[in-house]
Design a protein around this ligand. Structure first.
Ligand SMILES: NC(=O)c1ccc[n+]([C@@H]2O[C@H](COP(=O)([O-])OP(=O)(O)OC[C@H]3O[C@@H](n4cnc5c(N)ncnc54)[C@H](OP(=O)(O)O)[C@@H]3O)[C@@H](O)[C@H]2O)c1
Length: 284
């Protein structure tokens, strides 16, 4: 992979715009966030590992907002790469107002079967990526009194069937988010967590087909490991991310009604477990 600034049609820098870095922006939710932010007045840096996917993502932007986007290819699980990313942002824009840590990856399977290597990989992608980017962005965010938004999942808040590794590391991301929020408050930097349920996508039901152990039911391959929650549109989730940043909210769960389930589980764990198993029960 060639790391660094991605060639695009953009060479102009719009000094009046606030600057946002969105990791994992070449597809899925990250793309929806980057595109919404460019439409609502940000200069956006889209980050992904594959430069051609980043370029293609910017090319999918409507022509009127494409000038407000630039791309940078790097692996955010590599701390050196991340350092260079924020050096680029500093040199190119001299400021940063928002960091959206959207890189993340799910798995399929039971915790009892996961290997240390698989768990380490999930931890790097879902937790260390956010740690490195937040650390790297901090000097610029402190200057602007900026915001970090971490993209968690319902699995940051509760367990679920068939996504044991993912749930474990997304819980760690929730811990990292609160810890950073407490540590950085007096430095003027706000850190928040958005925990959406399954997000609609074109490859729904196919994505984990190769990963799913033949001993697991078909349900395991479905979004959220078969959680019976209606898929959210990426555009809606992106809109909530924007609101959280604008209003400096701390923590949102989507869909909203599931907050109740989470609260019940925190107060009465056995009832919470019973409800969770009901929400994720097999319809096969
Ligand atoms: N999809 C859902 O149903 C769902 C539900 C709840 C929460 N979430 C969370 O939402 C976030 C986005 O999920 P998604 O399904 O929309 O993602 P996705 O479509 O799989 O896209 C992942 C993005 O991250 C980039 N990426 C992956 N590893 C990277 C790395 N090491 N360094 C830099 N870029 C990297 C990918 O590009 P390259 O491969 O080119 O690097 C791509 O742009 C994740 O944190 C996920 O846990 C997703």
């Amino acid at each position: 992979m060639s790391q660094g600034r991605v060639e695009s049609m953009v060479d102009e820098v719009f000094n009046d715009r606030s600057v946002a870095v969105v990791t994992g922006a070449s597809s899925g939710l990250g793309y929806a966030v980057a595109s919404l932010f460019a439409q609502t007045g940000y200069q956006v840096v889209l980050v992904g590992r594959d430069p051609s996917r980043v370029t293609a993502a910017i090319e999918r932007f409507p022509l009127d907002i494409a000038p407000f986007a630039s791309g940078y290819a790097c692996d955010v699980t590599d701390q050196n790469d991340v350092q260079k990313l924020f050096e680029f942002v500093k040199i190119q824009y001299g400021k940063l107002h928002v960091l959206v840590n959207c890189v993340g990856k799910s798995d399929r399977g039971l915790l009892q079967d996961i290997s240390a290597k698989q768990m380490q990989h999930l931890f790097e992608v879902n937790v260390l990526s956010s740690l490195y980017c937040t650390q790297g962005a901090l000097p610029l965010l402190e200057q602007s009194g900026g915001v970090v938004l971490n993209v968690g999942s319902l699995a940051s808040k509760v367990g679920a069937r068939y996504i044991g590794g993912y749930s474990t590391v997304k819980h760690a991301l929730a811990g990292l988010t609160q810890q950073f929020r407490l540590e950085l408050k007096h430095r003027g930097v706000h850190v928040c967590l958005l925990s959406p349920g399954p997000i609609k996508r074109s490859d729904e039901g196919q994505r984990y087909r190769d990963q799913v152990d033949s001993n697991l039911p078909d349900q395991a391959n479905r979004p959220g490991g078969g959680t019976r929650v209606k898929g959210l549109s990426p555009e809606y989730v992106a809109q909530v991310a924007l609101t959280m940043i604008q209003k400096r909210q701390a923590d949102r769960v989507l869909p909203r009604y599931l907050r109740l389930l989470i609260a019940i589980g925190n107060m009465w764990p056995r009832i919470g477990d019973w409800l969770l198993l009901k929400f994720t029960s097999s319809k096969n």
